[in-house]
Ligand binder design. Sequence first.
Ligand code: NAP
Ligand code: GDD
Length: 344
Amino acid sequence: MPRALITGITGQDGSYLAELLLAKGYEVHGLIRRSSTFNTSRIDHLYQDPHDPTARLFLHYGDLSDGARLITLLTKIDPDEVYNLAAQSHVRVSFDEPEHTGDTTGIGSIRLLEAVRVAGVKCRYYQASSSEMFGATPPPQNEDTPFYPRSPYGAAKVYSYWVTRNYREAYGLFAVNGILFNHESPRRGETFVTRKVTRAVARIKAGLEHDLYMGNLDAVRDWGYAPEYVEGMWRMLQADEPTDYVLATGGNFTVRDFVAASFEHAGLDWEKYVRFDERYLRPTEVDALVGDASKAEEKLGWTPRVHTPELARIMVDADLEALEHEGRPWIDRPNLPDWKIPVA
Ligand code: NAP
Ligand code: GDD
């Protein structure tokens, strides 16, 4: 039975990747952070009591800031594949917490690579690289496009990209960078723009809210569907040779397009509800990310099926359904006024 270790298993991508690998017959180990409240809601449906002899999902406490712990875990688990998905992944937050972002999103990767090397584990390694690394370089972007990061997050990802390549070249590690463009789903964190919008659409439709405060509506993104992207990650580690790949849909949509499509799907006119709040602007913006994934299509046979307009409909439907089926979540989780929650 192949064995995989996933850092960031409690995140959007980690949860879909764990599902995929379990369905393929893997034993899956996940790194989770200790927190004072449960942070495993995205993977609770996969959890099995470890006393059950058929259990194939195992969770371990750890953190990318703790290198010694990573060496201990690598030695103990001895995985065939390591997927490094853990990161402080919010671009706007990286301006508020630049040092922490550098420590986890950047240095965290070399701690994990070094743990693989020191533990002497013979595994294949996936690094969650990002289109955010292209930053100010205009689209279309592919594997040969120069990087020009525009945030502490983007700069930290560039560091992780290069150390991954360096461990491939220096130590012969089968290490690959997946340079993924934005990918979303109903499990997307609630402060990323797509989920913020689709969740607000559902709440406005239900009469629970009226105004949605947003930042830059002119930014262009290439939004795909997360379950398809984790399939691409897995394919990268099954290839004959280690190399880096872009995953993207090639779509070219503004934030405004996504907003309009989401409200329209719920039968609402977005212009009646969306307001501007400059606190959602970034000190430096990435104006346009549109990917060219032809290498992944040619070498891995990977092609995205869900494009941005359908993605908006999937996410709006899921948020409408969540409101219907979770009883009255707004009582348990009131939508606090902006000044009481961190701006993101
Ligand atoms: P996400 O939902 O924000 O998940 C991030 C995961 O990292 C969570 O499990 C989080 O744990 C964990 N984590 C954060 N800091 C950690 C630390 N110091 N030690 C250990 N774990 C830590 O992100 P995602 O959307 O699934 O993205 C997965 C990866 O792909 C990230 O590296 C992201 O930067 C990258 N990426 C994402 C996209 C995208 O569009 N989604 C595109 C390109 C690249 P908690 O649950 O405890 O917070
Ligand atoms: N979050 C947020 N909130 N973004 C807003 C808002 C708002 O209220 N209003 C406008 N935007 C704009 C942002 O300025 C940005 O241009 C765009 O919407 C997308 O923002 P996010 O959804 O926060 O994603 P991102 O593109 O900055 O970063 C995501 O994609 C990267 C890959 O390109 C994250 O998932 C990163 O982890 C990932 O690497």
